[in-house]
Design a protein around this ligand. Structure first.
Ligand SMILES: Cc1cc2nc3c(=O)[nH]c(=O)nc-3n(C[C@H](O)[C@H](O)[C@H](O)COP(=O)(O)OP(=O)(O)OC[C@H]3O[C@@H](n4cnc5c(N)ncnc54)[C@H](O)[C@@H]3O)c2cc1C
Length: 305
């Protein structure tokens, strides 16, 4: 279907439902490394029902959709992204409901907000994710973790599947691995239920503070990055950061993209980097580590084309 027709129809649908829609959206504002071009549309639904209706329309129109959380694990294209980017930052998708030691949370909620609220209630189980600048949905898809993984305390998720049905999946139906999950790209997570356990408030606060300080000491949390670029290789006996450091690559630059001096598995946007610079630096690291150590580094980040 013609882009102008889709644009008019989408604007009309969103006008009626109260959903937010913006066209020709700048992607640098939606990625923690602050690179990327523009997208056809940026869409924030107000409820799962409205989201379902819009997805039905977009499927029928043959338009590409892409769900984005906080953009902390994705490298956007520098050119035009011909897709409707779905973002769940509206009230419905960021709600939190507590019942005993369980919490139901919208997939668009930031991990930091969830962890602080759990901490205030003396509920432990998610604090191992402290310092990860993602949303619940993005963290589940990537099975994010630091001292523990998000899947460790997961009990159930609610998703919209490829056919537009809203359904629940129990933890045992899902498969999680090291930075992987069995969610397919045509599923949208809308809500998750976590089973936590009670812990004395002072112990929990202390634990969160220690974990955060540990991250702050070892990672450039104050810079524009995507966190770790590569997964740790399974068999080499070394972490990716160690291999990159041993290859003497800290500080190596391509355009505005630089390998962090603080943590060699982080690429920093020093101000004017493009996604192309980041991709070129990724290739350079892979080539050098393959030549020096015969190890193939696999990206942990997702490169959107
Ligand atoms: C400074 C820094 C530190 C980091 N530290 C860590 C760390 O310690 N451990 C770690 O694991 N990661 C870390 N990361 C990487 C990143 O923060 C995590 O992978 C995070 O969980 C991604 O969440 P997000 O909301 O930003 O997802 P996005 O980057 O927006 O998306 C990631 C993927 O999830 C999909 N997605 C997002 N929301 C949904 C949804 N609702 N339904 C379906 N699919 C969805 C997207 O389409 C995409 O495929 C770090 C990143 C930074 C910048």
């Amino acid at each position: 279907m013609d882009r102008d027709i889709i644009k008019r129809a989408l604007a009309g649908l969103c006008d009626k439902s109260g959903d937010l829609i913006a066209f020709d959206e700048r992607l640098v504002n939606h990625s923690t490394i602050r690179t990327g071009g523009r997208a056809f549309a940026w869409y924030e639904p107000v409820s799962p029902e409205e989201l379902r209706r819009t997805l039905d329309f977009l499927r029928g129109a043959g338009a590409r959709t892409l769900v984005l959380g906080n953009g902390s694990n994705v490298l956007m294209p520098d050119g035009y992204l011909d897709a409707v980017v779905v973002n769940l930052s509206g009230d419905y998708f960021t709600h939190k409901g507590f019942e005993g030691s369980a919490v139901t949370v919208g997939a668009g909620e930031k991990l930091s907000a969830l962890i602080s609220e759990c901490c205030a209630r003396g509920l432990s189980g998610l604090e191992g994710l402290v310092g990860i600048p993602g949303t619940v949905g993005g963290a589940l898809v990537t099975n994010a973790g630091y001292r523990s993984a998000i899947s460790d305390r997961l009990s159930r998720v609610k998703v919209i599947d490829a056919r537009g049905n809203i359904r629940c999946a129990e933890r045992k139906e899902l498969v999680f691995g090291y930075r992987t999950s069995s969610f397919s790209t045509d599923q949208i997570i809308i809500e998750a239920l976590f089973e936590l356990r009670e812990m004395p408030l002072s112990d929990l606060r202390e634990r969160i503070k220690d974990l955060f300080m540990e991250k702050l000491r070892s990672q450039p949390l104050d810079r524009k990055t995507l966190g770790c670029i590569f997964k740790n290789p399974a068999k080499s006996g070394y972490k990716s950061a160690e291999l990159i450091d041993m290859a003497g690559m800290k500080g190596t630059r391509h355009g505005g993209a630089v390998i962090s001096q603080k943590h060699a598995n982080f690429i920093v946007n020093s101000g004017n980097a493009t996604s192309g610079d980041v991709k070129a630096l990724i290739r350079e690291i892979q080539d050098r580590v393959r030549t020096d150590f015969s190890v193939d580094l696999v990206p942990e980040i997702e490169i959107i084309e």
